[in-house]
Design a protein around this ligand. Sequence first.
Ligand SMILES: [Zn+2]
Length: 349
Amino acid sequence: MYCFIIQNVVRSNSIKTKKWIGGHVPYVIDKTLSTNKSFLAEVKAAMDAIQSSTSNCIHFFPKNSTNTDYINITTADSGCYSSIGRIGGVQLVNIGDGCDTKGIIIHELLHALGFWHEQSRTDRDNFVDIKYAHMILGTQSEFDIRPDTKDIVNAVRYDFHSILHYKYNQFAKVSSWDTIVPNAEYNCNTNPRNANCVYKTALGQRIGLSRLDIERIQWLYECKAARHDCQNPSIDSMSVIPSKAYYAPGSVIDYKCDYSILVGPKYSTCLPGKKWSGALTRCLQGNFFQDVYYCDFAECVRHWYLPVNYTGVSWKKAWNVTLGYGPDVDHTYQTNNGHVKVARQNGTI
Ligand SMILES: [Zn+2]
């Protein structure tokens, strides 16, 4: 079942202007579904999922007489649709035939909270290829990039597994024609060594909130858990990292050494719980290294039998390291696996 979005008349340049104040979302259940118990149970489960997974960052509650802005959950129309964010007054969240599952209702409620489809982000072309020629005529605008998503791009990384993502053949003229395909770097068919690779069939899940879906809600609504989550990591002085004091979950920073060799991951992601992903990164002093390889610890040991002291990424000797042998890309990029950069030394320590 696909989902259309109601275009808001008033446009803004940031989704932040369309938030529900304090994360409080009054609702009414339209009489069209108030007698359908199984449907009501799915609506309740969808609201509970959003509330509990965000530690009550969002609070859905029955509208009272003082609430002028609210959502009306209805089955009056066919299809599934919602506005983006709070528009003022009553706004419909329509969950017609085929939309009556918890996952699809979560999807529609996220629209009402202020989120566009994931592939509408301003950075989406870095992650997916949109094939307009394969689409049913007239549906192309459903794949428009939305400029007001630019804020979220800096806060939460692109998520193929988002409940807001379209599936690979959404609005396809012919069901075997893909309309949205992960780019080569992230596609398991072309880059299986990327630990974060996805198959196209992973797109468009409507099971539940992904980890990054939860983080995007916490980010937009500035809930405690998501704010100021990771402190700027400290590494050796001969390195360049961004100077911001705090990073939101999902932020990716990139390490670079002014001179000398980078040891450890080239990138880290801020995870919930104030931790950066991956191993400690540092810059090794000296200019006597000949060859540098990237591998995770297990792979280094298995292939190279390195007598490595991994504590704090330090080691003394590297035997049997052969040029051109072993992995040459960081396939553990953006994962929680350990990363080791191995350098063959020309000389003695
Ligand atoms: Zn949608």
